[in-house]
Design a protein around this ligand. Structure first.
Ligand SMILES: Cc1cc2nc3c(=O)[nH]c(=O)nc-3n(C[C@H](O)[C@H](O)[C@H](O)COP(=O)(O)OP(=O)(O)OC[C@H]3O[C@@H](n4cnc5c(N)ncnc54)[C@H](O)[C@@H]3O)c2cc1C
Length: 396
């Protein structure tokens, strides 16, 4: 078997990279280890309206509109942020992955399921990929392999690329629930609930909620108590359970001779929310395009493929770095600090700014607007501790 580009993994970033490589004229094969693309689901399915558009799936894909969030401080105070318009959608990840793979196939991509990548070696300027397809060993010759194979990326490891900086653990359950405000998500902060990150309750269009948490410590053990605390009724209305990891912080380099990594494999995840679909698909478009260009020019050297690394960093590298700083600062906050911040944000003018400039994909925009606001004096008190924690730089 011989292809210009082989994409390992048919998650959202694999399908997008494969589609863009095919659209740029490459002969592309996408391989997926599972028998069904999109399964098993390990995702809350909350994406911004911009991310939804970026996935380039038909408008008819089922989705549920979200306009705001209730943020629960450790002391129980609730800060309601109302975007007053559709800010995000809750999608079904299984359906999204299937739809994105279908778009890739329509662009001419070939695919194999139940085909597990197991190794790669360089032969001249080509890469020879070893895989187990439906139990049979196969070899595929290609110019460029794109590792869209998730958090554990075997492609990245075997190409000698460094791993992502940190991994957070997550656990989630989907339960039947009668929700009063199905267009708001609930986010819970605090050491008891989700140390170092947050917990969520996300309503879906089918009358269920996804209850989950991501944290730096024992997320799996914390899910049961969280569900019980929210409502004992939830504990006996379980439909689905999943656990997984979220990579935070890209490695120093995402290209090697004949190889690129993208999506979770490359830490393309927003450090403030754990959302990977927006940054992953954005970078996947660049990965597919650069891989096809390299194959056409018969030059898949590391130098040629570094165009990908440079381009994605210039698109979202700064936003990911700001997100990392916010996250590291957030990690140092005690419950008292969180209570104080939620209280400081809870005023009409501040909430107006958040509602107007809040952007799930680019949190630095609203942070800058808040810090520059002179009409919200309570916020001024936050500036010094934020500089101390490294969340904002002096003079920014
Ligand atoms: C609990 C949880 C909730 C989340 N909620 C959200 C959310 O609400 N919004 C959001 O934007 N993000 C969310 N994320 C993150 C998001 O799910 C990921 O960032 C996203 O799935 C990354 O896409 P990907 O294509 O890079 O990787 P993946 O979706 O992990 O896809 C990788 C694919 O590669 C395949 N693969 C792996 N190894 C091999 C191999 N050796 N051979 C062949 N195939 C292989 C896998 O089977 C898989 O299909 C969540 C994550 C978790 C864990």
């Amino acid at each position: 078997m011989e292809y210009d580009v082989v994409v390992v993994g048919a998650g959202p970033t694999g399908s997008m990279a494969a589609k863009y490589a095919a659209k740029a004229g490459a002969r592309v094969l996408m391989i997926e280890e599972h028998a069904a693309i999109g399964q098993p689901v390990q995702c809350a399915g909350l994406i911004s309206t911009r991310a939804f558009e970026g996935c380039e799936v038909p408008e008819t894909l089922s989705r549920h509109a979200i306009r705001g969030a209730n943020i629960h401080a450790p002391d129980g105070r609730i800060l309601t942020v109302d975007g007053k318009r559709t800010m995000a959608y809750v999608i079904d990840r299984g359906e999204l992955d299937q739809a994105m793979a279908l778009e890739a196939l329509k662009s001419g991509v070939a695919s194999l399921v139940k085909t597990r990548f197991s190794g790669l070696r360089r032969q001249g300027s080509d890469v020879i990929i070893a895989a187990l397809s439906q139990g049979e060993p196969i070899e595929i010759r290609t110019r460029v392999v794109i590792g869209a194979d998730g958090l554990q990326s075997a492609v990245g490891r075997l190409a000698g690329l460094e791993r992502v900086q940190t991994v957070l653990t997550c656990a989630q359950a989907e339960v039947y629930a009668d929700v009063a405000h199905p267009d708001f998500v609930d986010l819970y902060l605090g050491q008891d609930v989700a140390p170092g990150f947050f917990a969520w309750v996300i309503p879906t269009r089918s009358g269920t909620v996804r209850i989950g948490l991501c944290s730096t410590q024992r997320s799996l053990d914390r899910l049961g108590p969280l569900i019980e605390r929210l409502s004992p009724r939830y504990a006996t209305s379980l439909l689905h359970f999943s656990a997984g990891g979220i990579p935070i912080g890209p490695p120093p380099c995402t290209a090697a001779a004949g190889t690129l990594i993208v999506g979770d494999a490359a830490g393309h995840v927003k450090p403030t929310s754990g959302g990977g679909i927006y940054p992953g698909t954005l970078c996947a478009k660049i990965a597919g395009t650069v891989a096809a260009e390299a194959a056409a020019q018969e030059n898949a050297s590391k130098d040629a493929l570094m165009a990908y690394d440079t381009r994605w960093r210039s698109e979202i590298g700064r936003e990911l770095e700001t997100g990392l700083r916010i996250r590291e600062g957030f990690n140092k906050l005690s419950d008292d600090d969180l209570n104080y911040i939620i209280r400081a944000l809870d005023d009409e003018h501040t909430l107006d700014i958040i509602s107007k400039y809040g952007d799930m994909d680019r949190p630095s925009i609203v942070l800058r607007k808040l810090l520059l606001s002179t009409k919200a004096p309570r916020l001024l008190k936050l500036i010094r501790p934020m500089i101390k924690l490294g969340i904002v730089k002096r003079g920014s």
